[in-house]
Design a protein around this ligand. Sequence first.
Ligand SMILES: Nc1nc2c(ncn2[C@@H]2O[C@H](COP(=O)(O)OP(=O)(O)OP(=O)(O)O)[C@@H](O)[C@H]2O)c(=O)[nH]1
Length: 339
Amino acid sequence: MKPSQNDKSGARSDLGERALAFLAQHRLSASPINYWVAHDYIRGNDPSLCEALNSVIGSSSAIDDFVVREIYEQHVAGEALRRFHGMGEGIEKLLGSLLGDVLSASRNTSGLQASLTENLGRLDEVRDSSGLRAIAQNLAQAALAANESNAALKKSLEATEQETRLLRGELDKHRREAMVDPLTGLLNRRGMLIEAAKLFDSSDGPPALLVMDIDHFKRINDTYGHAVGDIVIQKVAEAMLAIAPDQAMTARFGGEEFVMLVPNASIDRAQQLAEKVRTSIERLRLVRRHDKLEIAPFTISVGVALRQREESIEPLFDRADKALYRAKHNGRNCVVASS
Ligand SMILES: Nc1nc2c(ncn2[C@@H]2O[C@H](COP(=O)(O)OP(=O)(O)OP(=O)(O)O)[C@@H](O)[C@H]2O)c(=O)[nH]1
């Protein structure tokens, strides 16, 4: 059920019902995330979300909660966060300029007070000036009062600015959390793309990208259940982290796919590293705690590519992904480098 076809059908049922029908049709649970994505899909306002979901529907693999969560992460959560983040910056800018205005108003008032005080001194030399002096004194008092009230305003604005800084800290915290995969603690796709862009701007030598995918992961889920599948994902992440060089970035790109970005690398070094990760995972042995069931050994396939001059992350990722595809095609549990 593609959104455009559905819209043309003339059906007048409301969006919510159609979203629920979509979930039922694809045997998806009516979780808030699934519902959100289905709703956006039926509404058809976000072409990239529709395209992502259509490509899953058009492929041989079934849509499940994990796939929908990834689409949600990429197309819904990321966008909301960007807006939220921009909003924080806007508030801070606004308050910054407001504070600047008040500070300059305060300086002006101080100047006024100084000049009045000076003129008061001069009035001493003027005869019959008692009336004038009284007026001037009143003026000085008024200026002083204005200054005091400005100082209070300044103080309260400074307090507001401090609160804004705290709020900004909170926003940054959420932004960082949004860059991390909760299951493994590795960067998620979004986090990796942000960090990779920074590395690409600053790196001396070319970085290498390793794209790794657990072999026949669906079987692991089907045989032992999703809870064991999750533990396998965590164990693979731990093995990767244990081997990753200090400067390397590791991420779970989604599902059972991981990436490692290694700065200042050569293709030989990257291949050796990939081989090390592959063998360490091949050797892992897991036993399910409650029934002592031994989980069958599992393996990964790896595609490796070295960044070419000025190459951006997407084409680099595509090359590593193609190499991974060849590794799968060659029988899995092996490393293939992009030529
Ligand atoms: N337990 C668990 N399963 C997940 C998660 N994310 C995705 N999956 C599942 O991972 C499976 C991936 O399956 P495929 O991409 O078809 O991979 P495969 O065919 O088994 O393996 P290869 O062909 O070797 O890549 C799907 O069944 C998803 O439901 C997750 O976070 N936890």
